[in-house]
Design a protein around this ligand. Structure first.
Ligand SMILES: NC(=O)c1ccc[n+]([C@@H]2O[C@H](COP(=O)([O-])OP(=O)(O)OC[C@H]3O[C@@H](n4cnc5c(N)ncnc54)[C@H](OP(=O)(O)O)[C@@H]3O)[C@@H](O)[C@H]2O)c1
Length: 263
């Protein structure tokens, strides 16, 4: 009798890094539940991956920035009769307006999407992994969590939360066979800067700072497999982290205030 295929849930799978996770996990033989808002994109990708890799690919269109999102995802898993072995909390975006000038709703949406739903989904899925003594969780943070703070970037604060939460959950879960990795990508080719409205500025940044999503995802999967709690993908990002981390807080603040390209 063959073992059942591992089941992976990927949020934000309709584009960029999330769609790349879907491709690489399907190629490794995982069944997939792809979650995001744009159903047509998810369905096209699911059809392609099911055909290419003979895996089961399900889709769920849900706004993960709404407070009931985790319940919707868990109800869908119940209907499928699935238990998740590999969770990728990837869905995310960054606003680009001043904190005080922004209405509350979009800021609350960022917090719900990248903090509350990520945490709630992990809380709902991790106990099953612990019970079965096997699980892999990748939470997509950002190099922003390890960089000097940027003006008006609620995003940096949120991604710092994701980094610390992941490290702390890894300590709790690892003795039970569940690895948690915070993925901290730097600039990665995706739709992120189109959504943020910073494409022109992003295009002016040196090419050496950019990575392809395929390289980021490959390094992330290798890291969680080995049980590394933090993954900074790419040589340039690793170098930047080494340079930035020992900086005194006053210098980090000054650097963030002076060199924010998106200001
Ligand atoms: N690209 C970079 O330079 C970079 C750097 C560091 C970290 N990151 C992080 O990497 C992750 C993936 O971003 P990406 O670069 O791949 O950007 P992307 O190409 O814009 O993809 C973002 C994904 O998140 C989904 N999403 C956004 N809001 C959502 C919502 N309310 N409900 C459900 N899904 C939602 C989008 O799907 P729908 O629009 O279909 O809902 C899409 O699939 C994010 O967490 C981002 O913060 C990116």
């Amino acid at each position: 009798m063959t073992a059942p295929r591992r089941k992976a849930l990927i949020t934000g799978a309709s584009a960029g890094i999330g769609a790349t996770f879907a491709r690489q996990l399907a190629a490794r033989g995982h069944d997939l539940l792809l979650v995001a808002r744009r159903r047509d994109r998810l369905q096209d990708l699911a059809n392609e991956l099911a055909r290419q890799h003979q895996v089961q690919c399900e889709v769920l269109s849900v706004d993960l920035a709404s407070p009931g999102a985790t319940a919707t995802v868990m109800a869908h898993l119940d209907r499928l009769g699935w238990r998740i072995d590999f969770l990728v909390n990837n869905a995310g975006l960054s606003g680009h307006s001043k904190f005080a000038a922004s209405p509350w709703a979009p800021l609350a949406g960022e917090i719900q999407l990248m903090m509350s739903t990520l945490t709630e989904l992990t809380h709902a899925i991790a106990p099953g992994m612990i019970e079965r003594r096997w699980g892999r969780i990748i939470n997509v943070s950002s190099l922003a969590a390890l960089s000097p703070p940027g003006e008006s970037l609620l995003y940096s604060a949120i991604k710092s939360y994701v980094l610390v939460l992941s490290q702390s959950l890894d300590m709790e879960f690892k003795p039970h066979g569940v690895h948690v990795t915070a993925l901290c990508p730097g600039f990665t080719h995706s739709e992120f800067h189109d959504v943020m409205g910073t494409r022109n500025t992003a295009n002016r940044l040196p090419r050496v700072l950019w990575q392809q999503p395929e390289d980021v995802v490959e390094e992330a999967i290798a890291a969680v497999t080995k049980g590394k709690p933090v993954c900074v993908p790419g040589r340039v990002n690793k170098f930047l982290t080494i340079v930035m981390r020992p900086m005194p807080l006053w210098m980090s603040y000054l650097m963030g205030r002076t060199f924010n390209p998106f200001k």
